[in-house]
Design a protein around this ligand. Sequence first.
Ligand code: MRU
Length: 378
Amino acid sequence: MSDLAVRIEPAPETARFQPEDDVPTLAWVGDAVAGRLRLIDQTRLPTECVLIDCSTVSQVWEAIRSLRVRGAPAIGVAAAYGCVLGARRDRAGGAEAMAALRAAADQLRTSRPTAVNLFWALDRMRAAAERSAAPTSDDLARELLEEARAIEEEDRRTCRAIGRHGATLLRDGQGVLTHCNAGGLATSDYGTALAVFFAAHERGLALRVYADETRPLLQGARLTAWELARRGIPVTLICDSMAAQVMREGRVRAVVVGADRIAANGDTANKIGTYGVALLARAHGIPFYVAAPSSTFDRSLADGAGIPIESRDPREVTHGFGRATAPEGIEVYNPAFDVTPAGLIDAIITERGIVSPVDADRIAEVLDRPWGTQSAFD
Ligand code: MRU
């Protein structure tokens, strides 16, 4: 957790649930004026299933910064709901509400730097506010709640479409590998990389998923293994350093990962360690797929060199989950993401179709398609 984040009190715990309960990753509870954003606190999984309620922008900021809500699409949706909280902060009238909304969006922009979905969602909320003629801050909050709900709903549909497209790339009986967590917990529902496995499983394909534990914060062990087990998909947890051996033994026939930001040429930022997995996959002749919605593309960047990489608290490496595992005061480098060059990616699975080969022209062709006109199997 970052030093900044610990200065803001986290949102309070409001309920607990059972692993078998169908609880959304995040949901707005109540109306625009008095409602709040309810989140699964992902830092407590898999041992505790806890819901927290954010009723201030700072609590949403803290939840994103501390990875209580995480994963590129989920961060974007949470930030969109954070704008609703921001718009109603000042009850005086339209102009002041706009100023409060802008301040909320500016604050939320500083929560994490890499996932472009955050900035995409905030820009969309700001544009909705600027279009609005709402006379009071409560009216503006009502309009913004509609926009945030639309973003969440689109994310749900997008993930299902990614799953449908991606499932066509897998075969019955395959072992597949994923890194970090790009599942329902990283989105409004269903996920991106894990959506591919969920959809394949729903079509009757038998898969075995190898889940990298994903050092240092163990999103693979804590979240991906939990999600897959919950859905009855066979999953084997491995340490990150075991991936090469697992591939050499022929246990894995495809790799599918998520993404936090994809440049115009297809270079892809994802959880630290993804680049290494892509290199291993290439060395073993295993296809490497990225699954991501179009909101994860940043076509303002020609290539991955311009993607900002988040650097996180050294204590995540030296004191993972509380216990010191390194000498006191040791120097640490802790980038949270790395960039996989497009040349190592066999295909990018989007809601609009599959990008392959991965290059700027093919990306533009698929992303500029009106969504919904192509078959799920093209
Ligand atoms: O630091 P995190 O846990 O937010 O990192 C998440 C990832 O790297 C995911 O793979 C990515 O956001 C895609 S989520 C559908």
